[in-house]
Ligand binder design. Structure first.
Ligand code: 26Q
Length: 821
């Protein structure tokens, strides 16, 4: 029944104040004078949550009654960022809430800063899932996001003595007001054990899986509200708990210790996010996690279908499920298992349903990042799923055999099973075979997919391949992150429509030469730089000057992303500034941010080198007025919101062909940073959109990279042919940045000289020349400002709203279903 209590749903200042006071008393159980910062945050969050609930329940009810086709996004990661600010904006009550706070003597900024962001992801892929949830709701597409409720998300990064130190992320310690636990929505998930055949009542042969361990998944629901609409979708994350029956079994034999052990083992499954953005070898718990959330999600979809629509033959009409990389690829086998074993369907109709349900997004071309699992582990942990995968493979390879007349080499390449010393299941092949659509995340990436890792699949099924270039949420990355820019854009556009149609920013083009507007534009940028500088000083004691060029590289630390190329440039500048009194480029502040996978030694050494160079450069009075280097600790959504608006220059310098898309490139450009970048991932399309004259391009093309590699790339030749480069590398080896230790950075320099798999040295000269051009252009502040304005004016295509529209039209065939307030 419609809720009408204004204290629960009213959007006026008075209603918000009343609700806040009520919640502080009745939920937090506090009088104002003893309330902690967390009490106040919780009361504010519940005030906003109440206002989401009416919209959410109405959406759910309407979707159910109308039988709306629903997109299920299956992702092991959601890097959401703080909820409160986003929900205030989407409800359109940010300013009202600020005023309500003021009248209660509360500072909204402080309340917002109290929230612990849910860091349930590593980087790009997890953040993409969060942007997509935002855009799905905004685009009024009925959707459920399924994933894991990690008790510990991505680690908090501290820097100690220049090294990364990981601290556990305790985001739930003060409670999570955004989630609603659903203790009655639970599903059993089986592991281990064996399978056996039996005859069902109709006398048909069926398979039964007798598990060795059963764990339960409990739904935890978070409403995701769209911007400026009443639609709210569901983010359903699963938490693992021990099943009661399992406990009782051990208790009844008097084995209390074993019962408790079993409980711990069960709860371990959703305990912690794997902090790697590449598969780690053979980690049983990781495979357990993947099956855990996939099984709960598919069981939930089947339950919803049976409860609302009915017969399973229409399952793929009601639902479409997007696999966010291969992490949820087991869903293909799990849906088959449920249809075959639990609902008694024959193989062909079950496969028809399954195959019409799934679509698959690939996010990487790096062969080492393609997920495979040893058969031995698979067989032990998921015996029934392996049987099903074998049968999928048998039928698939029969098809291939007929089509290619027993071309054995091709059959081996396409097989879901990689033969070799240890046989392994290829998850990308499982996902591809089980899906009706396969997509890459940027034009170049999709082209390369078709010709490299997925070549044989593309030859087999060319029509299944699509490109959907990534996008990011303009709510999160402009409105939340950069209030001043948002206000300026609104004043130019005359209204806030650009927030849901980012291409409306084209109107800025007419102001690209306007003197007065230039001043407004620069004021906005300077204020963001100032804000970052103040935050950094308070947080780390490091002082930076907002008048300098802010050059930012913020992303996971990876050799292919080439943070060390950036460093070589910095060391080169340091050296030249010291030795040549004539050489005085415009002052720059180099900012780095990003986490390294805890087991990735080279990435950690790169962080150490950044901090080591920072220590020497910043401590040298001869140069520290010209360049400064800062490593911003704990790059996450919250710190990103400070960095993107403050950047003048965005570093997107991966080796061509390695970065599938990149999304930071879009976030920076949306905030008026100019890009120095290679022809990689979405950089290519960004450059086309903003105009090549407004983008600093350098480096080898992907084709040139392949050619150089084929010709036999010898990085030491480059070292010997470029004295400046040699000096820089020698300087790093000299111990200058390591208090005399000549060996500390050897693993890095030796790798560059001997192997240089990401061709840092090959691109060095072009990179430095491009940086020199940037120095020149930056001094012409009218020219720089014009370029910056044009970047924002032409970045509209990279909104996740556009990406979701493309998925909806080309792949999902879903339609908006508006909800009335
Ligand atoms: C897999 C198996 C076991 C453990 C961990 C993983 C794992 C986890 C996370 C593998 C990969 C990831 C994350 C990958 C990722 O973030 N990829 C990025 O996706 C972005 C969104 O499409 C792209 O923009 C980036 O180019 C891509 O690198």
């Amino acid at each position: 029944q419609p809720v009408t209590d204004p204290t629960r749903i009213g959007l006026t200042k008075e209603a918000l104040k009343q609700a806040f006071v009520d919640n502080l008393f009745y939920i937090q159980g506090r009088f104002r004078d003893v309330a902690t910062a967390n009490d106040i945050y919780m009361a504010a969050a519940f005030t906003v949550r109440d206002r989401l609930l009416a919209r959410w329940l109405k959406s759910a009810q309407h979707f159910k009654e109308s039988g709306a086709r629903t997109l299920c996004y299956l992702s092991a990661e959601y890097l959401l960022g703080p909820h409160l600010i986003n929900n205030l904006i989407n409800l359109g009550i940010l300013e009202t809430a600020r005023e309500a706070g003021e009248e209660l003597g509360l500072d909204l900024g402080e309340i917002l800063a109290t929230e612990e962001e849910p860091g349930l992801g590593n980087g790009g892929l997890g953040r993409l899932a969060a942007c997509f949830m935002d855009s799905l709701a905004t685009g009024q597409i009925p959707a459920i996001g399924y994933g894991i409720r990690y008790e510990f998300g991505i680690f908090d990064q501290a820097i100690e003595n220049g090294w990364q130190v990981e601290k556990s992320d305790t985001w739930l310690k003060n409670g999570n007001p955004w989630e609603i636990p659903r203790p009655k929505i639970t599903f059993p998930v089986r592991y281990f054990g064996h399978t056996e055949p039996y005859q069902d009542e109709q006398g048909r042969l069926r398979i039964r899986w007798i598990p060795g361990l059963v764990v339960e998944g409990v739904a935890h629901d978070t409403p995701i509200l769209g911007y400026g609409v009443a639609n709210a979708n569901l983010l359903r994350l699963w938490k693992a708990q021990a099943t009661e029956s399992f406990d009782f079994q051990a208790f009844s034999t008097g084995d209390y210790y074993r019962a408790v052990q079993a409980k711990i083992e069960a709860e371990t499954i959703s305990k912690v996010l794997y902090p790697n953005d590449e598969p780690a070898v053979g980690k049983e718990l990781r495979l357990k996690q993947q099956y855990f959330f996939v099984s709960c999600s598919i069981q939930d979809m089947v339950r919803l279908h049976l409860a609302t629509v009915g017969p399973l033959d229409t399952f793929a009409d009601k639902f479409v499920a997007q696999l966010n990389d291969t992490h949820p690829a087991l869903a293909v086998a799990e849906l088959m298992r449920i249809l075959l074993d639990e609902h008694g369907l024959a193989w062909e109709p079950a496969w028809d349903i399954t195959h019409r349900t799934f679509a698959f997004t690939n996010h990487t071309l790096l062969p080492e990042a393609l997920e495979t699992w040893p058969i031995e582990l698979f067989e032990r942990l998921l015996p029934r799923l392996l049987e099903i995968i074998y049968e999928i493979n048998r039928r698939f390879l029969d098809e291939v055999r007929v089509r290619y007349l027993a071309d054995e080499a091709r059959i081996a390449r396409l097989s879901l099973i990689a033969e070799g010393e240890t046989r392994r299941v290829r998850m990308a092949h499982l996902a591809a075979v089980g899906s009706f659509a396969i997509n890459g995340v940027a034009a170049l990436h999709t082209d390369l997919l078709k010709t490299t890792v997925m070549r044989d699949f593309h030859e087999l099924w060319p029509d299944r391949f699509h490109n959907v270039t990534n996008g990011v949420s303009p709510r999160r990355f402009i409105v939340v992150s950069n209030r001043r820019l948002a206000r300026l854009l609104t004043s130019v556009c005359g209204n806030e429509d650009w927030m849901r149609d980012l291409t409306a920013l084209r109107r800025l083009e007419s102001l690209a030469e306007d003197q007065g507007f230039h001043e407004d534009w620069r004021r906005v940028k300077l204020a963001a730089k100032d804000q970052l500088a103040r935050w950094l000083a308070a947080k780390t004691g490091v002082r930076i000057d907002p008048q300098t060029l802010f050059d930012v590289q913020a992303k996971r630390i990876h050799e292919y992303k080439r943070q060390h190329l950036n460093l070589l440039h910095i060391v080169g500048l340091y050296q030249r500034i010291k030795q040549d009194a004539q050489f005085r480029p415009p002052p720059r502040t180099f900012l780095f941010g990003g986490k390294a996978a805890p087991s990735y030694a080279m990435a950690k050494l790169i962080i150490k080198l950044i901090n080591a160079v920072a220590e020497v450069v910043n401590g040298d009075p001869q140069v520290n007025g010209h360049i400064r280097v800062v490593f911003v600790p704990d790059f996450n959504v919250t710190t990103g919101q400070l960095l993107y608006p403050a950047a003048d220059l965005s570093e997107q310098i991966s080796l061509a062909g390695k970065e599938a898309s990149g999304t930071g490139n879009m976030k920076f450009a949306m905030n008026g940073a100019l890009t120095i970048g290679t022809l990689d991932g979405a950089n290519i399309e960004i450059r086309d959109a903003v105009g090549p004259e407004n983008f600093f391009l350098f480096g080898l093309t992907e084709a040139e990279v392949r050619q150089r590699q084929a010709d036999g790339y010898r990085p030491s030749d480059i070292y010997h042919g470029d004295p400046e480069l040699a000096t820089i590398i020698d300087l790093i080896d000299s111990g200058l940045f390591a208090h005399g230790d000549k060996t500390l950075f050897r693993p890095l320099t030796e790798n560059l000289l001997r192997h240089d798999p990401f061709m840092v040295l090959a691109d060095f000269r072009a990179y430095v020349s491009c940086q020199t051009l940037i120095d020149e252009v930056f001094q012409d502040s009218a020219r720089w400002t014009r370029m910056s304005i044009l970047n924002v004016a032409r970045i509209g295509h990279f909104s996740s709203d556009r990406a979701i529209r493309e998925y909806g039209e080309r792949i999902w065939k879903v339609e908006p279903v508006p909800i009335q307030v």
